[in-house]
Design a protein around this ligand. Structure first.
Ligand SMILES: Nc1ncnc2c1ncn2[C@@H]1O[C@H](COP(=O)(O)OP(=O)(O)OP(=O)(O)O)[C@@H](O)[C@H]1O
Ligand SMILES: [Mg+2]
Length: 629
């Protein structure tokens, strides 16, 4: 059985490796060595023990031969007992060593997974927002799971497989050849009969497995996208559930067919292997028997040969697949390194400083910006496209300049797609400018530490994202050390205290995926509560355009007033009340600041603001909120 499993494994990795054959650089090997270096003590112990195990495996058949000879030669029973005891001792040692070797290879493999995983996770976390807007989450998660595990599996299997198989093979062959080279050579003649078709079958299996992997990935994406709260809602409103189901069923059906076919190929392989080694065994018995009758061979030698033969085929087939196994390991490693090699477009300078203390001013100085093209921020394999577009991102912002003095509020207004959210995203350095500078208290954000930017700037984004966690966890994200009282205070000030108190589990109620268990207004107020809890010195607010009913609207207004109190603020405003109370209003159109001034000044000027005011803000429900904040 052991032989079958090993041989099967070698065929299986043959087909895995054939997925993707590329030449490998020395650099890859060097990097793998670097990852393995911390584990080198364990690797050496593991290799030594593998050799010892291989030695023990050859000893038993030889001893069995000696026992048979002792019987035939009619030696004393003491000798036989000693041999038998020795065989028992070896069996015990083999069992113990087997466990030890397994333990070593498991700790090695798992240790490697740990190192690779944490390295990839850490690296991906440092990637800029642009990377995530381009990447399919599913592809990234699979890289973290499947490829890391693939690298580990191939690493530990190849290492143990190649070393112990080579040792076993050499030892077994040497012993067999010294017993009878004629029989050994004849027994090996059958091997190609088996190996050649097995390789062809491996290629067929590779095709099938690749197809199945593709179907599984598509089904996975379909499920993650359709089974999220917003996705499921969309399907209920616009989708065709029957079509979705039948598409899913067709794929699942194909996966079933492939599963059956793979199982059959697999057992054909194992049956063929068993058959070939059984035939070789018959050859050894037949030929060896004749030699023994003629007195050319001891009976014990025939037994030893037969036992050794059963231990020969497994390492032989395993080594036949060793090259591809090594390739498979390298492919997985390369796919992991590919991620680690992505240079984050935005990274902290080594000599970065903190935002100066005191009230903070915000300054845009001749800022021009275009979203980076895909080839700068992502990998084709993660976007699930063949090649990345390299077209330089069209310029979204043109020469934007303004200053928000400490404690003052700047409001941005303008048509949809004008570039308001883009301006907001440059402030916390989610993107870097192409020209010009963004400054906090006079210091370019590129010279500031990420931590101090986070401590200084608070932002409520247009979509107000929440994690699928409890209310408490979502709030504490901004300030993990906040006390229970502070959390409730933030909730009270964002007009959410009553709601949270009435939730079944209060602060520990889970808000649902992306906060879908809350109303739009409640979700927004929760993101404002998060902002209040963090108490940053600068507030950026990207008001949601969604129209709220007047009660929610009023509650959100009050919460906003709390959030803006005494802070420097940049607000993307869709509500007249917010706009009116701003110290400076910027009208943004097509990435340019086209007008600037106070509400009264701009109205009097009768330009674009006046037009916006008539068409956008002067709605009946907005008029109700013209009271100052
Ligand atoms: N991640 C992105 N990658 C590429 N282009 C983007 C990205 N985000 C926005 N854009 C483009 O940049 C332009 C400005 O978008 P922005 O989100 O700043 O508009 P906005 O003024 O906030 O509009 P709205 O009022 O509808 O929120 C748009 O043309 C938009 O298509
Ligand atoms: Mg926007």
């Amino acid at each position: 059985m052991d032989m079958e499993v090993t041989a099967w494994h070698s065929l299986h990795s043959t087909m895995n490796a054939q997925k993707d054959r590329r030449p490998f650089s020395r650099a890859t090997l060097g990097r793998i060595a670097a990852f393995a270096r911390p584990h080198r003590g364990r690797i050496v112990r593991f290799l030594l023990l593998s050799v010892v195990t291989a030695l023990l495996a050859v000893a038993t058949p030889v001893l069995a031969g000696w026992v048979v000879d002792a019987i035939v030669q009619g030696r004393d029973s003491g000798t036989i007992t000693r041999f038998a005891l020795l065989i028992a001792l070896i069996a015990v040692a083999e069992a113990g060593l087997g466990l030890l070797v397994r333990w070593l290879s498991a700790t090695l493999g798992e240790g490697l997974i740990l190192d690779l995983r944490t390295a990839v996770f850490d690296h991906v976390q440092r990637m800029p927002v642009a990377f995530f807007t381009r990447t399919r989450t599913g592809a990234l998660v699979s890289r973290l799971n499947n490829d890391v595990i693939g690298a580990q599996r191939a690493f530990s299997n190849t290492l143990s497989g190649v070393v112990s198989n080579v040792v076993t093979l050499l030892l077994t062959l040497t012993v067999m050849l010294t017993i009878s080279w004629q029989i050994t050579v004849l027994a090996l003649v059958l091997l190609p009969v088996f190996v050649v078709p097995a390789r062809r079958m491996g290629a067929r299996m590779a095709d099938l497995q690749r197809e199945a992997a593709g179907h599984n990935a598509t089904m996975g994406t379909q499920m993650t996208e359709r089974f999220s709260a917003p996705g499921a809602t969309l399907i209920k409103l616009f989708g065709r559930p029957a079509d979705e189901s039948s598409e899913f069923a067709a794929r699942a059906g194909r996966v079933r067919d492939i599963g059956v076919r793979t199982a059959m190929l697999q057992s054909t392989f194992i049956t063929a292997l068993t058959l070939v080694s059984a035939l070789a065994l018959a050859l050894v018995y037949g030929l060896g028997g004749h030699y023994a009758l003629r007195g050319a061979l001891e009976p014990g030698a025939v037994v030893a040969l037969a036992l050794l033969l059963t231990r020969l085929y497994a390492p032989l087939t395993a080594l036949a697949g060793a090259r591809v196994e090594v390739m498979s390991a390298l492919v997985s490693f390369e796919r992991v390194f590919e991620i680690l090699d992505l240079k984050p477009l935005i990274s902290e300078r080594p000599d970065a400083r903190r935002v100066p203390d005191g009230p903070v001013s915000v300054e845009f100085d001749g800022v021009s910006f275009g979203y980076p093209s895909a080839d700068k921020v992502s990998l084709a394999s993660l976007e699930e496209v063949a090649t990345l577009d390299s077209g330089g991102g069209t310029q979204v912002l043109h020469d934007v300049s303004f200053t928000a003095e400490p404690g003052r509020m700047v409001a941005l207004v303008g048509s949809s797609g004008a570039g308001k959210s883009t301006i907001a995203q440059l402030l916390p350095r989610l993107y870097d400018t192409d020209a010009g500078a963004v400054r906090l208290n006079g210091v370019d954000v590129r010279d500031l530490t990420a931590d101090s930017i986070r401590e200084t700037l608070g932002m409520v984004t247009q979509d107000g994202h929440l994690f699928h966690e409890s209310v408490r966890a979502n709030l504490l994200l901004a300030r993990p050390e906040a006390t229970e009282d502070e959390v409730w205070d933030a909730l009270r000030r964002s007009r959410l205290e009553g709601l949270v108190a009435s939730l079944p589990e209060g602060l520990d109620t889970v808000v649902g995926e992306r906060g879908y268990r809350l109303s739009g207004g409640e979700r927004q107020r929760l993101t404002i509560a998060r902002l209040l809890l963090a108490r940053q010195r600068v507030v950026i607010l990207d008001e949601a355009t969604a129209h709220l009913d007047s009660t929610s609207e009023a509650a959100v207004q009050e919460a906003l007033a709390e959030a803006l109190e005494g802070r420097t603020a940049v607000v993307i405003a869709h509500r007249l009340s917010t706009v009116r109370s701003a110290d400076l209003i910027l009208v943004v159109e097509e990435g340019r600041v086209v007008e600037r001034g106070t509400h009264e000044e701009l109205l009097a000027a009768g330009g674009r603001y006046e037009e916006l005011h008539r068409t956008q803000f002067d709605r009946p429900e907005a008029v109700k909120d013209t009271a100052p904040l």
